[in-house]
Each structure stands twice: as C-alpha cells, then as structure tokens.
Design a protein around this ligand. Structure first.
Ligand code: NDP
Length: 334
C-alpha cells in the first residue's frame, strides 16, 4: 500500500503491508476481468514517478491507501475475459499483491515460452527487454563498427543494450556504480570496456579516455551531469535514445542540461521514447531474443528478493544501486 504521496525520494516507510480476505473467484458484475495469483513482481524506476502527485504525466499517479500496481508474472485463477483461461500464465500489468483482480487486462500478455525462467518475463522477455530492443535498434539504427555508450549499464535494461550492441558489431562501453557491476559488464555481458562512474571526478575526461574519437550512440538511462558530458563527446550525426534519467527522479529540483547546442553543431538526433508505445513489436522482439538466449549468446542477471514483504526494500534499492541486475520480487513460485 502506498501510504501517501512521495515528494522527492522514496523510503520503505512510504509503503506498508496490509492483509485482507478476498474470494478467489471473479465477483459478479466484473465482466472482462481476470483474477490472478501473482508469482513475480517487477521493480521499475518509473514507479517512483507514480508515487508522486503528478499532473499531465504519461502514467497516472497511484492512489494513496491503495495497493501499488506494476508489471508482474501471474497465473490465471479465474477469468470472465474471452482471451484468458484458468491455468494460463501471463505477464503485464498487475497489483503488488498476492492475488489481484485485474478489471482491465489490456496490458496482459500470454507467456509464450515456458522453457525459460518465468521471472524473465519481468525482465529480458518483458518490459525492460522491449525497452532495450526498441531504444537501441528502432531509435538508434546501429551500424557495425560504431561506438556505443550505455549508462546504468548493469541494470535490467542496460545489460541487454550492451549485449545487443555486441550482436550488432559495435564497440560498447558501459558505466555502473560499483566494482562488482563493472566486472559483470566486462566479464559476463561482453562489454568492450566499463568504468565505475562514482570513481570519476570528471565525466567529460572519463568519456574522452574511453571514446577518444567520440560516441556514435548513447543509450541514456541516468540524465543530469552524465548527459551533459556525453553531449560534449558525441560524434557528428550521433544518436541519443533517451530512455530514462534515474539520477533526477529523487531530486525535488531536477538539474538542467546546458549544452544542448551540441545537437545542432554535431547534427545529433536525440529522441525520447516510452516502451508501451511499441508493444506491437513484441512478437518480432521475441523472434530475435529467444533463440539468442537458448543458444547462450545473450545472458541475463537477476536480483531476486523473496516474499512480498521484501518488495518495498527492493523497490527503494533501485535508487541507490543496491540491485545487481534486474530487480524482481518472488511472491510465489507456482
Ligand atoms: P536498473 O535495473 O538499471 O536499476 C536502476 C539503476 O540505476 C541502479 O541499480 C543504479 O545502478 C542506477 N542509479 C540509481 N541512481 C542513480 C544515480 N543517481 N545516478 C546514476 N545511476 C543511478 O533499472 P532499469 O534498467 O529498469 O531502468 C534503467 C533506466 O531506464 C531508468 O532510467 C528507467 O526509468 C528507464 N526506463 C525507461 C523506459 C521507457 O519506456 N522509456 C522503460 C524502462 C526503463 P548503479 O549502481 O550503476 O548506479
């Protein structure tokens, strides 16, 4: 339950756990609804925006004193919707609950491939996977030999962007916030190089060291001073996919970026996107990514917290980098 709107950063005490009795059956008058048992819940940075009282945002604010909602993987227990049957596995929009009555299942997708870990549908086979795919391939049109920089590179989205960049024949460098994460980037995900941004006094100098000839593609996950440094280091006709700006989400006053004129002088294209506008590409994405996983050409690191009680801490941890890989909460195994 979200206790009340959050002003800047989020703490575990902004949420609480509540127990209530429900019928494991669709109540009468709920045509088109689906009742699910939630197996895995996904912790995603955008959820902090929904905890704030925002107007005109692309997603609605949560309602205080009500359960938080988000992405998850669930099993259908009862359905009054023609597309979903009892016993089916689904992923998509659900509640941060053990059981959820989903009145509008328009954001529910069927789990296609049951050979792969079900939790992957909160990550590589779900919303973050689609985010990496759309942002990198659709927005940035990568070409073999181009240089790619990814920030928050060990996370749910970033680890995939780096691996996609390697499959496209690019040179890719990532940044992350600890030695453990930097090692993962270089030794598990196959980034060509990586650095700990927390150990760099001057991001501009760091980027010059890793990209002496400049950056063709920047996959933007953090914003703020890192974005400013990147713009100084972009190559002519570079592309920036603006996926997220997590360094700004907990600030009451977001920082400004003062060197946007680089976009003009270097003819750089910088484009923001929201993954949910692109879900029509999901079948095409699965066609590409499932064989890559099964052939061992792409790997995925998850950080799984056990039990719904651990969900507030897991979500809060995203904003200090406590998660190593995709942060998932396992609510039930089947
Ligand atoms: P991650 O799994 O990467 O988790 C968040 C990570 O961000 C943390 O582990 C931490 O890693 C890093 N971080 C936290 N605070 C800061 C900070 N102040 N400065 C720099 N890094 C910070 O999350 P996701 O992969 O799920 O999301 C990555 C980005 O993509 C976010 O900005 C998110 O909002 C965005 N996003 C956008 C979507 C869209 O449709 N446009 C869809 C999905 C995600 P570290 O230890 O390296 O600092």
């Amino acid at each position: 339950i979200l206790n009340n709107y959050v002003k800047a950063s989020v703490k575990e005490s902004d949420m609480s756990l509540r127990t209530s009795k429900i019928q494991l059956k669709i109540p009468s008058g709920c045509d088109g609804a689906v009742l699910v048992k939630n197996l895995y819940l996904s912790c995603d940075p955008y959820m902090l925006s929904r905890m704030k009282k925002l107007e005109g945002h692309y997603v609605a604010s949560y309602t205080p004193d009500s359960p938080i909602t988000g992405y998850g993987v669930s099993k259908v227990l009862d359905s009054s919707h023609p597309n979903f049957k009892t016993g089916e596995l689904v992923w998509g929009g659900t509640g941060w609950e053990e059981y959820s009555l989903i009145k509008d299942p328009s954001l529910l997708f069927k789990v296609q491939d049951k050979d792969l870990p079900l939790s992957y549908y909160t990550g590589i086979l779900g919303m973050p996977g689609m985010t990496a795919y759309v942002g990198f391939f659709e927005l940035c049109s990568p070409k073999k030999g181009e240089t790619v920089y990814v920030s928050a590179a060990s996370g749910a989205v970033g680890q995939l962007v780096g691996q996609f960049a390697k499959t496209a024949g690019c040179y890719v460098v990532g940044s992350a916030g600890s030695k453990e994460k930097v090692d993962l980037l270089k030794n598990k995900f196959g980034f060509d190089d990586a650095f700990n941004y927390k150990e760099e006094q001057d991001y501009n100098a760091a980027l010059k060291r890793y990209f002496p000839d400049g950056i063709d593609i920047y996959f933007e996950n953090v914003g703020g001073k890192m974005l400013e440094a990147v713009l100084n280091n972009m190559k002519l006709f570079g592309r920036v996919a603006v996926c997220g700006m997590i360094s700004q989400y907990s600030l009451e006053q977001p920082e400004g970026v003062h060197n946007l004129s680089n976009l003009i002088t270097k003819r750089v294209r910088m484009e923001g996107f929201i993954v949910s506008d692109h879900y029509h590409l999901y079948p095409k994405f699965l066609e590409m990514v499932v064989p890559l996983i099964k052939e061992g050409k792409i790997t995925y690191v998850e950080d799984i917290a056990e039990g719904i009680e651990s969900a507030p801490g897991a979500l809060v941890g995203l904003f200090s980098g406590r998660n190593v890989g995709k942060q998932v909460v396992a609510v039930a195994r089947e």
